[in-house]
Design a binder for this molecule. Structure first.
Ligand code: UD1
Ligand code: CA
Length: 463
């Protein structure tokens, strides 16, 4: 399809979807004890707010309005850039007057809100598209609003959903304001609400702040809707999907849930993990089938692994593409902008940065390769170091196909070693080497006849 047509098709889908989303993210997050806004803390390498937007975007909304606190300005650009597929705007809630006040501000910020409004929290990052779809479907069935609930029998301070005998939602009562009997209800409020736009403004208008917290509660819109005989519904999900983050402990819990989801996803796609609990993924890690990952491997952002690769234990890999048949590790560190070619071998204690390692090349032991190109089937001996930095600038090292670099060689960049050249062990290479030549750059060896015997005699006399 031509790009104009794609843009047009997306436009049509958005009109049909007629959905606007409001994300509440103005919380101070005091308990995080952090300079960073709470919603910018990461789970599996992705900021929580971005995770919520990622999932929300799958619904093809017409627009997303994000309610933030005053200190958020510096993060807005990166969030918009990371979501070019959807129209995002930010609005500031100056004073934290409660969730209903925040929604009011978020709603006003939408120039022409769509027919359906979905309200999400920026600090509840595990929410899934399919649950949101189910909620939107529910408000298509002619009810005014649908709340997402979950069952939790353990002691907690969530709001409670009060449901009548026919299963209709009657009201939400905040824990602080609930009676002992109401506190025994195990059906809790996640905070996520889907509501019809034609009612939302009117309901919000009637919310008051005469409650234990002195806040304008969004949850009150249910009781208000019922008073004017509007029907309200709810759907239920698992608590783990709607867990919020208020502290570093809760952040760690969410990280662990997310990692388990990522492990499951990769295993279902045909990846073998010898001890999956010790392998950590980034939200964007891409791994083909029949890849084997040994215990204790960490994937940073932006890694693509093709099929039939083996990653041995204790590797740290980020910003890197690994082609099929390669074997990496144990103890390898692959840094951003690195490409590992087909069937190549990257062994223990090897660090590679911003380099291209071509098909069948071997860098098996104790090397640093930076800003380099290593040719096909080249052999890089133990302890070879590219000296890519002079303290001011970085320079490139180019190694041709089938070059043999002897152990403990320092390659002082910028330098080119052409195809099939051989470099003797222990060399410090400062001049280019032509194709097929041999380069030796080390001090000459001196052998003193019986010098060793003399040495031993002198030493034993003195001791
Ligand atoms: C809210 C719900 C509660 C539910 C719980 C689920 C209300 C009144 N209560 O309580 O029923 O069980 O979530 O976690 O809605 N926020 C703003 N501006 C504000 C206040 C809040 O942006 O003025 C944002 C927060 O950043 C947060 C979200 O809204 O992302 C929820 O606010 P929070 O104060 O955490 O609500 P809870 O008391 O947890
Ligand atoms: Ca909360």
């Amino acid at each position: 399809m031509a790009s104009v047509e794609i843009v047009f098709a997306k436009y049509i889908i958005k009109i049909m979807s007629s959905l606007s989303i409001i994300i509440l993210a103005a919380g101070k997050g005091t308990r995080m004890k952090s300079d960073l806004p709470k919603v910018m803390h990461k789970v599996a390498g992705r900021e929580m707010l971005n995770m919520v937007i990622d999932e929300a975007s799958k619904l093809n909304p017409q627009d997303i309005s994000i309610v933030v606190s005053e200190d958020f300005k510096q993060y807005e650009k990166s969030i918009i850039e990371s979501h070019q597929e959807v129209k995002i705007s930010f609005v500031i809630q100056k004073e934290r007057k409660g969730t209903a006040d925040a929604v009011k501000i978020g709603l006003k910020n939408l120039k022409k809100p769509a027919k359906k409004i979905l309200i999400l929290y920026g600090d509840t990052p595990l929410i899934e598209e399919k649950t949101l779809q189910a909620m939107l479907k529910k408000i298509d069935e002619d009810i005014a609003l649908c709340v997402l609930g979950f069952d939790c029998a353990a002691d907690n301070a969530y709001g409670r959903l009060v449901v009548d005998i026919n299963g209709n939602l009657e009201k939400i009562i905040e824990y602080k304001d609930a009676s002992t009997k109401e506190r025994k209800i195990t059906l809790c409020n996640s905070g996520v609400v889907a509501v019809r736009e034609d009612w939302l403004g009117r309901l919000l208008q009637k919310v008051e702040n005469n409650n234990a917290a002195g806040e304008f509660y969004l949850t009150d819109i249910v009781g208000i809707a019922r008073k004017i005989s509007l029907q309200c519904g709810f759907i239920q999900t698992d608590e783990s999907e709607v867990l919020g983050v208020n502290s570093r402990m809760e952040l760690a819990r969410i990280e662990s849930i997310k990692q388990n989801k990522l492990r499951k996803k990769h295993m279902e796609a045909g990846v073998t993990m010898l001890d999956c609990d010790s392998i950590y993924f980034s939200y964007d890690t891409k791994i083909a089938h029949d890849v084997v990952i040994n215990p204790h491997v960490v994937f940073g952002k932006n890694v693509v692994v093709e099929k039939d690769v083996e990653i041995k234990s204790f590797c740290h890999i980020e910003g890197c593409e690994i082609a099929s048949g390669a074997v990496v590790g144990p103890f390898a560190r692959l840094r951003p902008q690195t490409k590992i070619g087909k069937n190549s071998r990257i062994g223990n204690f090897v660090e590679i940065k911003k380099s291209q390692i071509k098909e069948g090349a071997k860098i098996n032991h104790l090397s640093y390769i930076g800003d380099s190109e290593i040719g096909r089937h080249a052999n890089i001996g133990a302890g070879v170091i590219t000296c890519n930095y002079d303290g001011y600038n970085k320079f490139k090292t180019e190694i041709g196909d089938e070059v043999f670099v002897g152990s403990n060689t320092a390659l002082v960049a910028p330098i080119k070693v052409q195809a099939r050249a051989v470099i003797g062990a222990g060399s410090v290479i400062t001049k280019n080497v032509a194709s097929g030549d041999m380069a030796l750059a080390r001090s000459k060896q001196v052998n003193l006849e019986k010098g060793g015997e003399k040495y031993h005699r002198n030493k034993s006399k003195n001791n």
